[in-house]
Design a protein around this ligand. Structure first.
Ligand SMILES: Nc1ncnc2c1ncn2[C@@H]1O[C@H](COP(=O)(O)OP(=O)(O)OP(=O)(O)O)[C@@H](O)[C@H]1O
Ligand SMILES: NC(=O)c1ccc[n+]([C@@H]2O[C@H](COP(=O)(O)O)[C@@H](O)[C@H]2O)c1
Length: 174
Protein backbone atom coordinates (compact mmCIF):
# COMPACT_ATOMS: atom_id res chain seq x y z
CA UNK A 1 0.00 0.00 0.00
CA UNK A 2 1.24 3.49 -0.88
CA UNK A 3 0.44 6.57 1.25
CA UNK A 4 0.47 10.29 0.51
CA UNK A 5 1.33 13.05 2.99
CA UNK A 6 1.43 16.73 2.00
CA UNK A 7 2.67 19.72 3.96
CA UNK A 8 4.37 23.03 3.32
CA UNK A 9 7.26 21.89 5.54
CA UNK A 10 8.42 25.47 6.20
CA UNK A 11 10.57 24.02 7.72
CA UNK A 12 10.31 20.22 8.06
CA UNK A 13 10.24 19.67 11.84
CA UNK A 14 10.11 16.87 14.44
CA UNK A 15 6.28 16.91 14.42
CA UNK A 16 6.26 16.07 10.71
CA UNK A 17 9.01 13.52 11.30
CA UNK A 18 7.00 11.84 14.04
CA UNK A 19 4.01 11.67 11.70
CA UNK A 20 6.14 9.99 8.99
CA UNK A 21 7.38 7.49 11.58
CA UNK A 22 3.75 6.59 12.37
CA UNK A 23 2.85 6.43 8.67
CA UNK A 24 5.78 4.05 8.10
CA UNK A 25 4.00 1.48 10.27
CA UNK A 26 0.91 1.59 8.04
CA UNK A 27 2.17 1.67 4.43
CA UNK A 28 4.86 0.07 2.24
CA UNK A 29 5.75 3.25 0.35
CA UNK A 30 5.13 6.97 0.82
CA UNK A 31 4.72 9.97 -1.44
CA UNK A 32 5.66 13.18 0.38
CA UNK A 33 4.07 16.20 -1.27
CA UNK A 34 5.87 19.53 -0.90
CA UNK A 35 2.88 21.90 -0.83
CA UNK A 36 2.84 25.53 -2.01
CA UNK A 37 5.89 24.55 -4.04
CA UNK A 38 6.02 27.84 -5.94
CA UNK A 39 6.31 29.92 -2.78
CA UNK A 40 9.60 30.95 -1.18
CA UNK A 41 11.42 33.93 0.31
CA UNK A 42 8.43 35.16 2.33
CA UNK A 43 8.04 35.11 6.12
CA UNK A 44 5.46 32.31 5.97
CA UNK A 45 7.17 30.36 3.18
CA UNK A 46 10.88 31.10 3.44
CA UNK A 47 12.31 27.95 1.83
CA UNK A 48 12.24 26.96 -1.84
CA UNK A 49 10.70 23.68 -3.01
CA UNK A 50 14.23 22.41 -3.71
CA UNK A 51 15.44 23.22 -0.21
CA UNK A 52 12.41 21.48 1.26
CA UNK A 53 13.00 18.45 -0.99
CA UNK A 54 16.48 18.22 0.52
CA UNK A 55 15.26 18.64 4.14
CA UNK A 56 12.63 15.94 3.74
CA UNK A 57 14.63 13.46 1.64
CA UNK A 58 17.66 13.51 3.93
CA UNK A 59 15.52 13.28 7.08
CA UNK A 60 13.32 10.34 6.04
CA UNK A 61 16.36 8.33 4.90
CA UNK A 62 16.56 6.96 8.46
CA UNK A 63 13.26 5.10 8.01
CA UNK A 64 12.89 1.81 6.17
CA UNK A 65 10.32 3.34 3.84
CA UNK A 66 10.73 3.95 0.10
CA UNK A 67 9.73 7.61 -0.24
CA UNK A 68 9.08 9.74 -3.33
CA UNK A 69 9.18 13.52 -2.81
CA UNK A 70 6.98 15.52 -5.19
CA UNK A 71 6.69 19.34 -5.24
CA UNK A 72 3.09 20.49 -5.80
CA UNK A 73 2.18 24.08 -6.62
CA UNK A 74 -1.03 25.69 -5.30
CA UNK A 75 -4.10 26.21 -7.50
CA UNK A 76 -6.79 28.88 -7.35
CA UNK A 77 -9.53 26.23 -7.34
CA UNK A 78 -9.92 23.98 -4.32
CA UNK A 79 -12.58 21.98 -6.21
CA UNK A 80 -10.02 20.49 -8.61
CA UNK A 81 -7.03 20.37 -6.25
CA UNK A 82 -7.19 16.62 -5.59
CA UNK A 83 -7.09 15.93 -9.36
CA UNK A 84 -4.10 18.27 -9.59
CA UNK A 85 -2.35 16.38 -6.78
CA UNK A 86 -3.11 13.04 -8.41
CA UNK A 87 -1.74 14.28 -11.73
CA UNK A 88 1.60 15.16 -10.09
CA UNK A 89 2.00 12.18 -7.77
CA UNK A 90 2.58 8.46 -8.11
CA UNK A 91 -0.75 6.71 -7.48
CA UNK A 92 -1.61 6.33 -3.77
CA UNK A 93 -4.20 4.43 -1.73
CA UNK A 94 -4.53 6.58 1.38
CA UNK A 95 -3.81 10.19 2.29
CA UNK A 96 -2.49 11.32 5.68
CA UNK A 97 -3.26 14.82 6.97
CA UNK A 98 -4.32 16.81 10.01
CA UNK A 99 -5.33 19.80 7.88
CA UNK A 100 -9.17 20.16 7.85
CA UNK A 101 -9.36 21.55 4.30
CA UNK A 102 -7.03 18.86 2.92
CA UNK A 103 -9.05 16.14 4.70
CA UNK A 104 -12.32 17.48 3.33
CA UNK A 105 -11.08 17.78 -0.25
CA UNK A 106 -9.67 14.24 -0.28
CA UNK A 107 -12.79 12.75 1.32
CA UNK A 108 -15.09 14.53 -1.14
CA UNK A 109 -12.97 13.04 -3.94
CA UNK A 110 -13.43 9.55 -2.45
CA UNK A 111 -9.88 9.16 -1.13
CA UNK A 112 -9.42 7.50 2.27
CA UNK A 113 -7.84 9.89 4.79
CA UNK A 114 -6.10 9.01 8.06
CA UNK A 115 -5.22 11.52 10.76
CA UNK A 116 -2.50 11.34 13.39
CA UNK A 117 -2.65 12.91 16.83
CA UNK A 118 -0.68 16.15 16.96
CA UNK A 119 2.75 15.56 18.51
CA UNK A 120 4.03 18.21 20.97
CA UNK A 121 2.08 20.78 18.97
CA UNK A 122 2.64 23.56 21.53
CA UNK A 123 6.23 23.68 20.31
CA UNK A 124 6.37 21.65 17.07
CA UNK A 125 4.68 24.10 14.73
CA UNK A 126 6.17 25.76 11.65
CA UNK A 127 5.21 29.26 12.78
CA UNK A 128 6.95 28.72 16.15
CA UNK A 129 10.11 27.57 14.34
CA UNK A 130 10.09 30.57 12.01
CA UNK A 131 9.58 32.96 14.91
CA UNK A 132 12.49 31.44 16.79
CA UNK A 133 14.72 31.79 13.73
CA UNK A 134 13.61 35.37 13.14
CA UNK A 135 14.26 36.23 16.79
CA UNK A 136 17.65 34.48 16.92
CA UNK A 137 16.43 31.91 19.46
CA UNK A 138 17.30 28.20 19.69
CA UNK A 139 15.55 26.06 17.04
CA UNK A 140 17.96 23.24 16.13
CA UNK A 141 16.54 20.74 18.62
CA UNK A 142 13.09 20.99 16.99
CA UNK A 143 14.09 19.73 13.55
CA UNK A 144 15.83 16.50 12.47
CA UNK A 145 19.60 16.98 12.15
CA UNK A 146 19.65 16.57 8.34
CA UNK A 147 17.00 19.32 8.00
CA UNK A 148 19.02 21.61 10.27
CA UNK A 149 22.06 21.03 8.06
CA UNK A 150 20.09 22.04 4.94
CA UNK A 151 18.82 25.20 6.68
CA UNK A 152 22.36 26.11 7.68
CA UNK A 153 23.71 25.35 4.19
CA UNK A 154 21.26 27.79 2.56
CA UNK A 155 21.71 30.45 5.27
CA UNK A 156 18.05 30.00 6.10
CA UNK A 157 18.09 31.91 9.37
CA UNK A 158 19.67 34.92 7.71
CA UNK A 159 17.03 34.75 4.96
CA UNK A 160 14.15 34.59 7.42
CA UNK A 161 15.52 37.51 9.36
CA UNK A 162 15.83 39.52 6.14
CA UNK A 163 12.38 38.75 4.71
CA UNK A 164 10.60 39.20 8.06
CA UNK A 165 9.04 42.57 8.74
CA UNK A 166 11.52 44.94 10.28
CA UNK A 167 9.37 45.11 13.43
CA UNK A 168 9.27 41.31 13.53
CA UNK A 169 5.50 41.20 13.01
CA UNK A 170 3.62 38.32 11.46
CA UNK A 171 6.39 35.90 10.68
CA UNK A 172 3.72 33.20 10.89
CA UNK A 173 1.19 34.31 8.36
CA UNK A 174 2.56 36.57 5.65
N1 LIG B 1 3.43 18.63 15.72
C1 LIG B 1 2.76 17.97 14.76
N2 LIG B 1 2.33 16.71 14.98
C2 LIG B 1 1.64 16.03 14.02
N3 LIG B 1 1.31 16.55 12.82
C3 LIG B 1 1.70 17.81 12.56
C4 LIG B 1 2.45 18.58 13.51
N4 LIG B 1 2.69 19.80 12.97
C5 LIG B 1 2.11 19.79 11.75
N5 LIG B 1 1.52 18.61 11.50
C6 LIG B 1 0.76 18.23 10.30
O1 LIG B 1 1.64 18.10 9.22
C7 LIG B 1 1.00 18.58 8.02
C8 LIG B 1 1.84 19.65 7.40
O2 LIG B 1 1.89 20.74 8.29
P1 LIG B 1 2.57 22.15 7.94
O3 LIG B 1 3.66 21.95 6.94
O4 LIG B 1 1.54 23.18 7.68
O5 LIG B 1 3.26 22.42 9.35
P2 LIG B 1 2.82 23.34 10.52
O6 LIG B 1 3.71 23.00 11.65
O7 LIG B 1 1.33 23.25 10.75
O8 LIG B 1 3.28 24.73 9.94
P3 LIG B 1 2.71 26.22 9.84
O9 LIG B 1 2.74 26.77 11.24
O10 LIG B 1 3.72 26.81 8.93
O11 LIG B 1 1.34 26.13 9.22
C9 LIG B 1 -0.41 19.03 8.44
O12 LIG B 1 -1.30 17.96 8.23
C10 LIG B 1 -0.23 19.34 9.89
O13 LIG B 1 -1.43 19.26 10.60
N1 LIG C 1 -6.28 24.93 -3.88
C1 LIG C 1 -5.08 24.60 -3.48
O1 LIG C 1 -4.08 24.89 -4.11
C2 LIG C 1 -4.88 23.84 -2.21
C3 LIG C 1 -5.94 23.27 -1.50
C4 LIG C 1 -5.64 22.57 -0.33
C5 LIG C 1 -4.33 22.46 0.12
N2 LIG C 1 -3.34 23.03 -0.63
C6 LIG C 1 -1.94 22.98 -0.18
O2 LIG C 1 -1.66 21.76 0.45
C7 LIG C 1 -0.70 22.00 1.45
C8 LIG C 1 -1.29 21.51 2.74
O3 LIG C 1 -0.29 21.52 3.66
P1 LIG C 1 -0.49 22.04 5.16
O4 LIG C 1 -1.26 20.97 5.83
O5 LIG C 1 0.93 22.17 5.56
O6 LIG C 1 -1.21 23.37 5.09
C9 LIG C 1 -0.40 23.50 1.46
O7 LIG C 1 0.74 23.75 0.68
C10 LIG C 1 -1.63 24.08 0.80
O8 LIG C 1 -1.41 25.31 0.13
C11 LIG C 1 -3.59 23.70 -1.75
Amino acid sequence: MRGFYIGRFQPYHEGHHHMVEEIAEQVDELVLGIGSAGDSHTPRNPFTAGERVMMVTKSVAEFDLPTYVVPIEDLDRNSVWVSHVQSMSPAFDVAFSNNPLVIRLFEEAGVEVRQSPMFRREILEGSELRERMADGEEWGSLVPDPAAAVIEECNGVDRIQQVSDSDGADTANS
